[in-house]
Design a protein around this ligand. Sequence first.
Ligand SMILES: [Zn+2]
Length: 345
Amino acid sequence: MENKGLLFIPDISGFTRFVNEIEIEHSRHIIQQLLELLINANQSGLEVSEVEGDAILFYKFGSPPELEVLYKQVEKMFRAFHQYLISYDNRKICQCKACISAVDLTLKVITHYGEFTPLSVQQFNKLIGRDVIVAHQLLKNDIAQHEYWLVTKTLDSDPAKLRPWMQWNTSSKETESGKISFSYAQLGPLKNDIPKPSIELELSKKIKVLSVSRDYAVTIKTLCYTVVHFEFRHLWHGRIKLIDEVEHFLPGIGSRHRHVLNTGKTEMMYISSFIYDPEGKTIFSETNEKDKTTTCFIAQKINEIQRNRRKICNHIFYLRFIFEHQHIIGFSFKSKLRFYIKCIH
Ligand SMILES: [Zn+2]
C-alpha cells in the first residue's frame, strides 16, 4: 500500500499562443494566479509534486479516497477557478487579447489511483512510476469539451451516484500500460450559480464640475492603452510626476495606486470605474481615496462631420478625449480646480 496512492491533475487550457510581449506577460500572470488559487483550494491533504506548465501534479499516498471527498475537492477548485475569472473579467481594465480571453479559460481534472514512488535528487522531488505516466497520457483524450472531471476505474466506485445533475460517460484510452477505462462528466453546470460581482458605478452619485476635451487621430486602443497604463501618465499629464505603489500587477476596478505630484505631494487613488465600448463611450475614472474627488477620462469616437475634415483615413478613428472632474455634492474644489486647469492646458 505504501507505494499506492491518488494522482490528481487539474489542467488549465484555453489560451492561444500570444506573440505580443504584453499579452505573453499578462497571460503568464493570469495562469500563475490560477495555479496558486488551485493550490490554495486544496482541502483534502493533497501534496504538490510539481507544477507542469498549466497543470499541477497533486498526489496522496494511501488507500483510494471516497469519491464524495474527491468530488468536493474537484468542485471547490472548479468554482474557485471560475469565480476568479468572472471577477477579473468584471474589474479588468486591460484590453489585451490575454485579459479579454481569460474568462474563456477552462479547467479539467484527471483523477487516477495507482502505483508510484517519490524520487529525490538534491532539492528536487519527482514522482516516478507507470501510473504517473498513465495519468499524464489521460490528459490527451478524445473528449470534445475541456471542462470535465475524469475518473479512472481504479477508483473503484460508481460516480453516477454522486450528484443527480452530473451526466457520466464512459470511455477508454490505450496507454503504455494497456487499456485504461474511465468515466467522465462535464463540470460546466457548476458555473451557473457563481455570483457575478456587483460593480457600483460611483459616477452616478457625483456632479460634473469641469469638462475639457481634445481630439486625437488615433485608434481607441491606443488612447485607452495610454490612459490606463500608469507608466505613461507623467508623459501626458502635467500634474503628475509618477505613479507608484500600484496594488496589483494587473490593475482593475477597486485597485489602488499612488499619484506623486510635481509639487511633491502624494495622493492615494483607486480605479472607480471602467467601461470599454469602442463604438460608444469608453470611460475610465480614478477617485481620490481621501476627498473622494473623481477624475474621469472619456474616449468617444466622432464622425467626419463632427470633425469637420475633408479626408478621413478608413483605419483611423477620430476620438474625442474628454476629461471630467467630478465631486460629491457640496465639496469645495477651488484649489484643486486651479491645479486641474493647469494640467490640461
Ligand atoms: Zn492584458
